[in-house]
Ligand binder design. Sequence first.
Ligand code: F6P
Length: 512
Amino acid sequence: MLGRAPGVRTILPAGDLGWGKPDMRARAQPRGLYGEGVPNDLVIVANRLPVDRVELDDGEPGWRRSPGGLVTAIEPVMRANQGVWIGWPGGTEKGLEPFEDDGMSLVPMSMSDEEISGHYEGFSNGTLWPLYHDLVAKPEFHREWWDAYVGVNKRFAERAAELASEGATVWVHDYQMQLVPQMLRELRPDLRVGFYLHIPFPPAELFQQLPWRRQILEGLLGADLVGFQLPGAAQNFVRLVRQRVGHKTHRDLVYLPDGRTVRAKAFPISIDAAGFEALAQTPEVADRAAEIRAALGSPRKVFLGIDRLDYTKGIVARLRAFSELIRDGHLDVEDAVFVQVAVPSREQVEQYRILRDDIDRLVGRINGDLGRIGRPAISYLHSSYPREEMAALYRMADIMVVTPYRDGMNLVAKEYVACRFEDDGALVLSEFAGAAEELRQAWLVNPYDINGMKAALLEAFRAEDRDLTKRMKAMRKTIRQHDVAAWADSFMTDLGDIRSSHGKPVRPARRS
Ligand code: F6P
């Protein structure tokens, strides 16, 4: 029987989880004093809070759900465990107090302009993001960015140390916070610390370009359990720890000279599958799905892409592949339309601005060349949508196209599958998305191979119902069995199972 992290309940069945709201008036309730009388047995540390501080349309301050897979996955865990979540609410507003929002206890951490440009836009998204995503863009290495990263990690670690009750579990998330585990352990050795990386962890050949590679590895080794999306990432990490830090390792274990054991293991993240399915089945979503199809001119088939607007997602190549199918005469705009939703993201980072312009131009050119009156080839939306609208889009789309060059998991692919409760619809999925390891019945494609992608899009378009049903049934079974509740439960169970001391004599770490 495996142990459980102290003070952490098994999370509720996914169906019991509530939905976040897209726009929230400033209705959050102050939470009172943390660390004084309020036991915080579970503390989540992530760069972002699940809600962003925004100015609403009427000019009043309010909260809006933050984008990205991390929030989608952690929110239900938080609700079920009554933890406290430390994170940045976006922007530079200072002095925001801890508050309760929609049943969650949130502790906002402010960031200065310098911290946003050095820590968030700089080291996190200009250095680590491209480095960890196969160098899809060129990472930049700047010492000031690194200094800002260290400073922000330190502040987050100190806040977590203040808030966590004796012996509590702290779960640190993602690449923006990789130094927090070690910093936290130094401040509070009594805590049980887990770390989960939501994005890929690169092979040693790429990671070792990083001037601060040793510090990052040591930062992560402050955790008792380091979780990754895929087994290959965990292996990359253990290999790097052996090579670069010099610790003794055995399979997924690292033995530290201070007697601690750190485990590195894959926990493929997932979604609230039952919740998405239930939402897709509501009459409101059904009506909205029909309305969207009608607004598109009731084409025979609808292709759909939904991504954060990011250069790792392969949006340009996918739109080009689709447009070539029309140009070559394999598809006709009367028969097929491509709906592409691009969720605004990291708009201050230059590479993201360039990408937005590239996509704007490409969509304009494709529609100008291939569209007819009332029949654009691509219906392009630069916006984020609440879950209800996402479910309607998933429900109305015949072919979901998810073609990143590299992606930790890709929860959009899983959400689409969860919403296809009639076992229909096709998924075209990049083999470089983590989700491809589970969703084997998708049309798997290499996003660098435009002809291969064209062939897969066409096959999915022409597939017979029987084939679609067989594939979707199998994928739905996988998603139902491995939902976000199972993911969090297995991480917490393994975190609770870590032995306090390995009792092995190990030599001190070698510097490299
Ligand atoms: O899942 C990867 C991730 O970077 C998360 O850490 C993050 O919350 C999400 O994507 C959205 O990115 P950002 O916080 O930069 O808007």
